[in-house]
Design a protein. Structure first.
Length: 65
């Protein structure tokens, strides 16, 4: 159950929402109740993607020989 970040296109409020699998279709802004929201790309997504590549490269001490 990941927590996603959203931004409302109407009132510009940014908010987080715990989303169950398949339940991301009915997201609405908690401030103005608009359904015109967009999912933001979180910094954690960028960090995990870049660090995963470095870890799997066979760096010394990573358990790869």
């Amino acid at each position: 159950m990941p927590i996603y970040e959203y931004k409302c296109n109407k009132c510009k409020k940014e908010f987080e929402k715990l989303v169950f699998a398949g339940d991301d279709k009915d997201i609405s802004c908690p401030e103005c109740n608009s359904s015109k929201v967009v999912k933001k790309m979180s910094a954690a997504s960028f960090m995990s993607g870049s660090s995963l590549g470095k870890c799997a490269s066979g760096a010394p001490g990573a358990g790869f020989s």
